[in-house]
Each structure stands twice: as structure tokens, then as C-alpha cells.
Design a protein around this ligand. Sequence first.
Ligand SMILES: Cc1ncc(COP(=O)(O)O)c(C=O)c1O
Length: 385
Amino acid sequence: MHSNLPIGSVRSRLPHVKGSIFSALSRVAKQYDAINLSQGFPDFAPDPRLLESLATAANSGHNQYGMPEGSEALRRSIARMYEDLYSLRISADAEITITAGATQAISAAVSGLVHPGEEVIFLAPAFESYAPSILMAGATPVCVDLPAPRFEVDWEEVERRVSPHTRMIIVNSPHNPSGRCWNSNDVDRLATLAERHNLLVLSDEVYHNMVFDGPHITALSEPRLRERTIVVGSLGKTMHVTGWRIGYAAAAAPLTAELRKILQFTTYAAPTPLQQAMAQVLDASTYLSLPALFRGKRDRFLAGLRGSRFESVPTSGGYFQLLDYSAISTVPDTQFADLLISEHGVAGLPVSGFGTQYANSRLLRFCFAKSDETIDKATNLLRAL
Ligand SMILES: Cc1ncc(COP(=O)(O)O)c(C=O)c1O
């Protein structure tokens, strides 16, 4: 079959992927000089000690290949974070791996642990990299839709979608885009399901440091999930430097060994001076202050919208607030997002970017991980609609 293709012709491995909705909307926001609340990144400066440590690392010779598993000092700092936050002992040597962002941790975990022909369940609305990562591994994505606007998991429905080919389930708490966080019942149901069907669990917990109303429950703290779960995290999110592209995976040694093999042949190792700088600064004073910081930003965003025609969906973790615009317009969400940028100067992300089936749920996602000034400007504009 391939021999009939003209030389140089391309058969896409990901024919349905049209490019990232996040970068596309950020580009349009720039074009209209709109306030960009569509993509999840902070517009405030990181800890100055982090920037000083980066300069020191680069100026003192930390510029060559690191180890594929990542800097030992940074892996130890992450292990300490899990001990401080969750009283969990995770081996820095055998169970923690540094990656180029959580995005790479997700794709390496799927590629390293799922075989062609197997199925991977994920729950929509979902972060954009899950389905392509599954497809790139030659596996089949099985999408279970969560009902808008609260996106609570219907575990009976999840169980119905398990087949003899299911190998992994990808879950996400705090959830992007809704900000919903698991309760202990969700974790219990997940553990029962994973045990019953012998599934691996990929638990995307990149917003674990930003839980406002109660403690975050990491999947690794559930004994029935400890040996079958890969948790992915993002130091870009935790340290307000998403462009540094540093994340990690935490998993039992046999899972970690397979994931590391994939990393070795994709990036070989994450950037050395960035890891060195993060290791110097990542301590309890960084992560213990984050829930209050982001709770304050969520509350400021909601206070700024008081009296507006947008209706907020309760958010208990993460970077984002969902707003329902039904009282303002009945157009599909991408159309409303375009109007909001071009006529009102604010960019929000349509929830259909996380699953086209949500185009008529009339929800946009706004990132409140912004300076107070940006939040106030944006809410003044949104209140006027
Ligand atoms: C749920 C979720 N998972 C993973 C990522 C990727 O994180 P990173 O920037 O560390 O690759 C994001 C980033 O927005 C996210 O929202």
C-alpha cells in the first residue's frame, strides 16, 4: 500500500489534530490586544530566587546533559513535597522522574505502558494531550463524557465502558476545565474499578498545589492504587514558570522503569540548569502558600463578576473558573469566544476545546492565575456584557 504513495506524500498519524486551541486563541487575543484569560499561565513574576538560581546554575557550569531520570536534587525536593503535603514516602531514586512538562510525562507514561490495540479510558472534557498520546501509542482512546456543567464522574458509566482490552484510565483532579476536585468516594470508586479490571491509572494532578476547599487527595495515597498509578505533576504550574517545561511522574519502580525508557529516547533528559534552579527553591514555603494565593485570586475574580450576567460554576481547585453565558447569548461557545475577544477585549476558552460535544453547553473557561490588575480589568469588561 505504501509503495503506491508518491515520494514525500504524508499520511498523518493524527489526522484530526488541527493544532493547539490554546495557542490559537492566544494568537487571536494578541491580534486584538485582548486580555488573555484563555490559556493557563500566570502573568505575574516567579520567586526572584528562582531567576537568581537559574543564572547561578548557568554561570557555574550546569549546562551539559543531565541524567535521563532527572536531577537528583530536584527528585529529592519533590519527594520531600509529597512527604510534607501527604505524609507519603516516594523514592526519589526509583519512583520519581523529571520530564519536559507534565505533557511529556503523560505521553511517556502512555507510550511506555500501553500496547498497540489496547484501550485507554479518559473522561471528557479532557486536557488536549490525552487522546493524541493514546493514538501515538497505537492504542484506542475511549472517551466517557461527564455531564455539564458540574462534570461529576458517573462511575457506573465508566465501568460500562471497560472492555477486555482496557489497560489504563486517565483521570484528572483538580479538573481542567471545571476546577472540580475528587472526593474520597471518587478515589474509592476508582480504586475498586482499577482493581476489579486490573487497570493502570494515569492520574493528572498538575494543579494539586491549588486546592481551595479541603485537602487534595492524591491517587498515590490510596493503598489499592499505589502500585498501579502514575501521578503526573507540573513544576511549571507550581513555581509560576510554565514556559520552563519541567514536570514529573511519580510511580512504583516497575512503572517508572518503563516510563524512563521512553524519555531516554525522546528528550534524553530535561534541561539541566532549569532543574538545578528549581531544586534550590522548591521548598515548603513555595508550596504551602499556593492554596491561599490561588483561593484569593478565584475569590477576586468572582467578586469582580458580582452583578454580571455570567453565572459561575463552583470551582474548588486549579487555575480556572467556568462561566455560563446562557443569559447573554445562545450562540455556540467558539462563536461566543470570538465575539468576546473582538468586541469586548477578553479571551476565554470555549469548553468545546476539551470535547466538541460541549459546544452548546454555553460555558467558557477563564484563567484567574493572573495579577490583581489583570483580574480587575477583565472582570470590569465582563461585567459590562
Ligand atoms: C490538566 C493538565 N494536564 C497537563 C498539563 C500540562 O502541564 P505542563 O505545562 O507541565 O506540560 C496542563 C497544562 O495546562 C493541564 O491543564
